[in-house]
Design a protein around this ligand. Structure first.
Ligand code: SAM
Length: 322
């Protein structure tokens, strides 16, 4: 079977970054060691970096064990996963039978095939679990859902051969990252309104205290000489958390669902935060301890757009996602 040279995300994931990847690529450091993605989801940026041959080594992690097992199965047993998916019919009764099965009583390949099938045939491609951690998304009505895509799964498997894949909370990146590495953090976003349930990825949710812990991890990584890039919603809490001289805050625009049922879409401002000078030739971390007076003069705490700082690809990336 032909292996596509262009692996793409094989899951639909809330908060997936496919349409933001131009803006993220424009802000990657010029050079880096290992790439870390600790809020992996569907891995849109990892696959883009792989396709553009920017990766030497990658460590991918997420707190969701079913998600991580799906990646492990595709990396290590792609033929078994593909064979199972080939036998799954697109049928409502089958969907509910498969959904009712306990994934932790299935083999690794079966668990992965179940995850891919439910993700691609369930309503809106959501991953949602109830309080007991059981997947509870209803059947979705599609003309021909693409859960059987062997070419892409083989390409994904090949891309994952060079990746370490770990089920872990984001803080554990501190024990793995080394000076010169690059970490992309794409946490569950801070909600922009009461009806935007962007935090429902995992039974535990992700609140302001978690966002603050993430910011502290970014400060620690800065001290270690590790480059970080963070995406999040453009809300005052996030601007406050990252309002430090070592961070540069850019505003980008993404096309997102703008009400709770996803029926209306519109351009939403989001933030991309980095701790390095991405326009330079080297991997320069931004100065951490700038005196307040200097900070006020240079406006180093303000978003780049307000300070007039521009990235080389700023115009293209803004246009790309507008
Ligand atoms: C916004 S999504 C990432 C989307 C991803 N960038 C993509 O392109 O699909 C956030 C991810 O963070 C994971 N997550 C939530 N809390 C976490 C935690 N404490 N540690 C690590 N991962 C976490 C969720 O399981 C989810 O997959």
């Amino acid at each position: 079977m032909a292996v596509s040279a262009t692996p793409r995300p094989f899951l639909k994931w809330a908060g997936g970054k496919t349409q933001l990847t131009d803006a993220l690529m424009a802000r990657m450091p010029p050079a880096f060691g290992t790439y870390h993605e600790p809020f992996l989801g569907s891995g849109a940026l990892f696959f883009r970096l792989y396709r553009e041959r920017k990766l030497r080594r990658a460590i991918l992690s997420d707190i969701n064990p079913e998600l991580i097992d799906t990646y492990l199965a595709i990396r290590d047993q792609p033929a078994a996963v593909i064979q199972l998916l080939a036998e799954f019919p697109y049928d409502k009764t089958f969907y509910y039978q498969l959904r009712a099965r306990n994934p932790w009583e299935m083999s690794l390949a079966e668990r992965a095939a179940r995850m891919i099938y439910l993700n691609k045939t369930g309503y809106n491609g959501l991953y949602r679990v109830n309080r007991q951690g059981r997947f509870n998304v209803p059947f979705g009505r599609y003309k021909s859902p693409r859960y059987f895509d062997p070419e892409n799964l083989l390409a994904v498997s090949r891309a994952l051969q060079q990746a370490e894949i770990i089920c872990a909370p984001f803080e554990s990146v501190l024990t793995r990252a080394q000076a010169g590495d690059w970490v992309y953090f794409d946490p569950p976003y801070m909600p922009i309104s009461e009806t935007a349930h962007f935090t429902a990825y995992h039974a535990d949710g992700f609140g302001l205290a978690d966002q603050a812990r993430l910011r502290d991890v970014c400060l620690r990584l800065t001290e270690m000489g590790v480059g970080v890039m963070v995406s999040n919603s453009d809300v005052p809490d996030i601007r406050d958390l990252y309002g430090r001289p070592c961070f540069r805050i850019d505003t980008v625009f993404a096309n997102r669902a703008i009400n709770s049922n996803g029926a209306r879409r519109g351009k939403i401002a989001e933030l991309v935060i980095v701790n390095y000078d991405c326009a330079g030739r080297s991997f320069d971390l931004r100065p951490r301890h700038m005196p307040d007076q200097h900070k006020a003069k240079t406006g180093a705490n303000k978003p780049a757009q307000q300070t007039g700082e521009a990235l080389p690809h700023e115009a293209q990336s803004q246009a790309g996602i507008a």
